[in-house]
Ligand binder design. Structure first.
Ligand code: GLP
Length: 254
């Protein structure tokens, strides 16, 4: 197991959150080690997956674990969020991301892959029901937005929120415009996102973050007050959170 050879260091933040600090190019392997250990402990698991660039190295490393014999093809996947108005066939959709970056490489069949869809809160309630029927999420992977969002729970999202339609912050749309030819006008204005309560209902949470741009939001999430102003701060309320982050993302935590 490569985890023991990595230079991750453990930084205690709160009694329920542990931080594995490592080099940028080690984040994927360290985080995948946590996820793979959890998968190996069960014959069948429910994995919550985030999109974005932060977890890509984790998924790559998980595929290497699969190559080394880890059984991943029976995992049931639940994505955090999806843009409203993008068809699942659209390559810019999160459904496409989940298929091509996660489910395909891990050998997971389509009927075990769930991504929020639709454009009404009633569609969100259906997604909540499907998660509940699956027995809930065993381990949820999350990234963090520069404004502290998790999933697409923008600042102002409170601890009781469930899967619903959300309006995206302008800053979030600008940050994600790179995936839309750099054209802000093409970035959807709304998304369907699991709520804070949905995310906190997962039995374990692994947050991955890298780069100095995430440092202020990560610091506020880990050490600041628990507030809707930084939805990631609600993770402090969860009993089992592991943060895997590089030195730059944790720079402001010292
Ligand atoms: C996106 C996604 C989030 C993601 C976050 C950070 O907009 N909705 O699920 O965690 O923003 O993205 P990245 O990892 O690319 O910085």
């Amino acid at each position: 197991m490569t985890e023991t050879t990595l230079r991750a260091t453990l930084t205690p933040v709160s009694s329920t959150t542990r931080v594995l600090e490592c080099a940028t190019d080690e984040i994927g392997e360290v985080a995948a080690g946590v996820v793979a250990t959890a998968i190996a402990a069960r014959s069948m698991g429910v994995l919550g997956v985030a999109t974005g660039s932060s977890p890509l190295a984790l998924y790559d490393a998980l595929v290497r674990h699969r190559g080394a014999g880890l059984r991943t093809d029976a995992l049931r996947l639940f994505a955090l969020d999806e843009y409203v108005g993008l068809d699942a066939a659209d390559p810019r959709s999160y459904a496409a991301y989940v298929r091509s970056m996660i489910a395909g490489p891990l050998g997971i069949p389509n009927d075990l892959v769930h991504v929020p869809s639709g454009s009404t809160d009633a569609d969100g309630a259906i997604y909540e029901r499907i998660i509940a029927e699956a027995g809930g999420v065993d381990l949820q992977i999350v990234g963090i937005g520069r404004n502290g969002h998790i999933g697409f729970n923008e600042p102002g999202s409170d601890a009781g929120t469930r899967t619903r339609v959300v309006e995206l912050d302008q800053s979030t749309r600008r940050a994600n415009a790179e995936h839309f030819d750099g054209d802000l006008a093409q970035v959807p204005t709304h998304a369907m996102s699991q709520g804070v309560a949905t995310i906190l209902a997962a039995r374990r949470i692994v947050l991955v973050a890298s780069g100095a741009a995430k440092a202020p939001a990560l610091r506020a999430a880990l050490l600041g007050p628990v507030t809707p102003g930084n939805p990631a701060s609600f993770l402090q309320l969860h009993p089992d959170v592991t943060v895997v982050a590089d030195h730059d993302a944790l720079r402001e935590n010292r």
